[in-house]
Design a protein around this ligand. Structure first.
Ligand SMILES: Cc1cc2nc3c(=O)[nH]c(=O)nc-3n(C[C@H](O)[C@H](O)[C@H](O)COP(=O)(O)OP(=O)(O)OC[C@H]3O[C@@H](n4cnc5c(N)ncnc54)[C@H](O)[C@@H]3O)c2cc1C
Length: 532
């Protein structure tokens, strides 16, 4: 059945990037329809009342990378966006000691001094060097990647500008930048620091969402990717979104709707319709066909090109590149509803250390061992974890006196060597609880409910192939003009009028909204040139 409605653009997927693309297209006067398979909008940036009274940021849980120009242009605070500060990172250690880095620079310096006076000095220098690196890389986040394989005037200009900026860096910064692109997170940190727990906790940002260890080359860059938001705005850090990360998606959806976009949930797309080499619409899971001049997919390339399109629609070499695109999920999530607050042996009581991130990363060896198990197809028996208790900062998300605790867990490889995730899921949840209990022995007595998400759950429920949280690893060979595949990093695809607009495109995963915005601007450009 063909719907009588025809749209200028259909966006597949109502995650925050799809919604952002819709908002920009609708604001340009286009008739836009967003189609979301789930019952709720937001994709991996979603809030759900998983247990009565407990609202979880089910997948993503903190925000920092959301582009300031998008907050401004879509007027997101007016649509409900409010970012609350997340103060610091607390790392409990098995020997009863801890490391607690806070937003207050002086306090953090003192704390690091307690571990090593030399590191307290180096921490300042390191911070300055990272800010310089982030300053260089940051504008790249807001640009459409040039195509070095077939540069046009615009691309040549972009590359020349980047080269000029690179030349303008000091020799030390240039050296740092090149190092950052190639070395491992630990190799980078070894150059600056001697305190093991400091290096372990800091290196953790380098492995998030990748199937790499803290000693694997290339992870230093991922560390910078996560550092990027820290030089934005007032907080210079990660924050919580009031109401959970779903509130970000809902604010973007409200901006899109206000501009006239239609948004449908429970509307899974089964197929992208291609006629004469051009995308002309989609067919929904129930059989309904909807036509549009342009289709933009916010799903990963495996889903978009290998599932929603007939393979023969695409050139063979392109399909080969898509198949080579690395997803390799490596993380899971355990969300808990608690009857009170965990009490950490390393710092007893309900202090401010519980309001920031709690990092289970006591040593570099611990981190590397966690990876060793994943390499051989097992989830880490003592995993790295990034834990937050957002109900301390935003009490609206849990009943009075109760709390929600979110545990991001790595490693949880998508492919297990023994058994499968359906049978190992709860054992994985137990491992997480046992690990935290070694540092906070009262945890078990507080748990009212527990939700365990494995990479398989992320694939089944959120459509994240192989459970990769960023719709594809943020490794060097899949970034910038190589994301998702060489020659096709400018949001266009080999099928005319079919575009990509999600995290699998530049600048990649995280709640950034940049891929959605950049894709929409490219679509509008093609329209103007009569090419869409
Ligand atoms: C466990 C986890 C933790 C994370 N933690 C953080 C964090 O703390 N901070 C951070 O910045 N980032 C984090 N991320 C990453 C971040 O959430 C994602 O990169 C980002 O939300 C992806 O947005 P997107 O719009 O590109 O894609 P998605 O959110 O993947 O949206 C795609 C949408 O398409 C829908 N869909 C799938 N198939 C179809 C179909 N056939 N038809 C219609 N709709 C379909 C999906 O249901 C989904 O809603 C995390 C991700 C995960 C999974």
């Amino acid at each position: 059945m063909v719907s009588s409605n025809t749209y200028d653009a259909i966006i597949i997927g109502g995650g925050h990037n799809g919604l952002t693309a819709a908002a920009y297209l609708a604001r340009a006067g286009r008739k836009v329809l967003v189609l979301e398979r789930r019952h709720v909008l937001g994709g991996a940036a979603v809030t759900e009342e998983v247990f009565p009274g407990f609202h979880f940021s089910v997948c993503s849980y903190v925000v920092s990378l959301l582009r300031p120009e998008i907050i401004r242009e879509l007027d997101l605070p007016r649509h409900g966006l409010e970012i609350l500060p997340l103060d610091g990172t607390f790392t409990p250690m098995p020997n009863g000691n801890h490391l607690w880095r806070m937003s207050d620079h002086g306090l953090t310096r003192r704390e690091i001094y307690r571990h090593s006076p030399l590191d307290a000095e180096a921490y300042d220098e390191y911070g300055k060097a990272m800010v310089e690196m982030a300053r260089f890389v940051k504008p790249i986040m807001s640009m459409v990647p040039p195509d070095p394989f077939a540069p046009d005037i615009e691309g040549l200009r972009g590359m020349a500008h980047m080269y000029k900026r690179f030349r303008a860096l000091s020799t030390a910064d240039r050296h740092n930048l090149l190092q950052l692109m190639t070395v491992s997170a630990v190799d980078l940190l070894d150059r600056w620091f001697e305190t093991d727990v400091l290096k372990a906790t800091m290196s953790a940002s380098g492995i998030i969402g990748t199937f790499l260890g803290v000693r694997s080359p290339g992870t230093a860059y991922v560390l910078l990717h996560h550092y990027m938001g820290e030089i934005d705005g007032a907080f210079r850090a990660w924050g919580f979104s009031r109401g959970g990360t779903g509130a970000i998606s809902l604010a973007i959806a409200a901006a899109a709707r206000e501009a006239g976009a239609e948004v449908r949930s429970l509307a899974g797309v089964e197929r992208i319709v291609v006629r004469d080499g051009r995308a002309t619409g989609v067919v929904l899971e129930g059989g309904e066909e909807i036509e549009a001049r342009v289709v933009a997919s916010s799903l990963d390339p495996h889903r978009t090109f290998l599932r929603l399109l007939e393979p023969r629609t695409l050139p063979d070499d392109f399909v080969e590149e898509v198949r080579r695109y690395k997803l390799r999920g490596s993380s899971g999530k355990v969300n808990m509803a608690l009857d009170g607050l965990p009490d950490f042996t390393a710092m007893p009581g309900a202090g401010a250390h519980l309001r920031g991130a709690i990092s289970i990363s006591p040593s570099v060896e611990y981190m590397e061992r966690a990876y060793d198990q994943a390499k051989y197809g097992q989830y880490s028996r003592r995993p790295y974890m990034d834990i937050v208790i957002p109900s301390l900062t935003d009490p609206s998300i849990a009943p009075p006196g109760k709390h929600v605790m979110s545990c991001f867990v790595q490693y949880a490889p998508y492919k297990l060597s023994d058994g499968d995730w359906d049978t190992q899921k709860e054992a994985f949840g137990d491992t997480v609880v046992d690990t935290i209990s070694e540092y906070a022995p009262n945890l078990k007595s507080l748990i009212l409910h527990r939700q365990v998400l494995t990479p398989l759950d992320l694939e089944r429920e959120w459509g994240l192939t192989e459970g990769n949280i960023f719709q594809g690893e943020l490794s060097m060979e899949q970034l910038f003009f190589l994301r998702p595949v060489p020659g096709w990093a400018r949001y266009r695809t080999p099928v005319r009028s079919l575009y990509m607009c999600g995290s699998a495109t530049h600048p990649g995963g995280g709640i950034m909204a940049a891929p959605g915005r950049l894709a929409a601007l490219e679509i509008l450009k093609d329209w103007k040139r009569g090419k869409a």
